[in-house]
Design a protein around this ligand. Structure first.
Ligand SMILES: Cc1cc2nc3c(=O)[nH]c(=O)nc-3n(C[C@H](O)[C@H](O)[C@H](O)COP(=O)(O)O)c2cc1C
Length: 181
């Protein structure tokens, strides 16, 4: 099982997906195993708020969240990558996060090492990514997870714009490797 599980919040083969693949390559050079999942391309039902999972820590739905939750339990670090959408995180990622209540109710996210990488189209001083980072940060705080690193990538509009930030990506990979240890 991979040491790092990356959750990609955009279903298009765009900046978050390209960034995740670059990170996977960088981690592999240091023999850190990683896995990538893209919830938007999976079968994931919307949380109905039935709260059954509060009683037994298990969701009644039978869909891809079963294996996602298994992977999250077995991974040392969970790395979330989200595009900024209307100054918050993507809908795909919110749907995924809502379905994590079985982990919350059984305290299995407590102290879990988590990383937030957020991508936006605007410049930082135009508030490109702050809202997305705050949204993820609020989720981590509620879940009592341990955010060990975050980074905001701005000025990424086209599908592969992030690949113009090669040096920044390498720096972020090195900084994450140091934090993961
Ligand atoms: C509906 C929608 C809303 C967006 N809102 C913002 C925003 O508030 N701030 C921003 O900087 N970029 C915004 N963007 C641009 C995306 O964050 C940007 O294109 C990002 O690189 C997309 O990542 P992806 O290629 O992984 O999908 C928005 C894009 C869409 C589709």
């Amino acid at each position: 099982m991979a040491r790092v599980l990356m959750i990609v919040g955009s279903r298009r083969d765009g900046n978050c997906a390209h960034l995740a693949r670059k990170i996977k390559e960088g981690f592999a050079r240091e023999r850190i195993s990683s896995d990538i999942i893209t919830p938007g391309n999976q079968k994931i039902y919307l949380c109905t708020g039935c709260m059954d999972c509060d009683k037994n820590g298990v969701c009644d739905f039978n869909d891809d969240m079963k294996s996602n939750i298994e992977k999250m339990n077995e991974s040392e670090v969970i790395l979330f990558l989200t595009p900024t959408r209307w100054n918050t995180l993507s809908g795909d990622l919110k749907i995924f996060i809502d379905r994590l209540n079985p982990l919350f109710s059984t305290k299995r996210l407590k102290d879990k090492k988590v990383i937030a990488l957020v991508v936006g189209a605007k410049k930082r001083n135009e508030y490109s990514t702050d809202g997305a980072l705050t949204s993820l940060g609020s989720f981590f705080e509620s879940a009592e997870a341990n955010m060990i690193y975050y980074h905001q990538f701005d000025q990424c509009l086209g599908f592969t714009d992030i690949l113009n930030q090669e040096d920044k990506i390498e720096q972020v990979i090195q900084e994450m490797i140091e934090k993961i240890g």
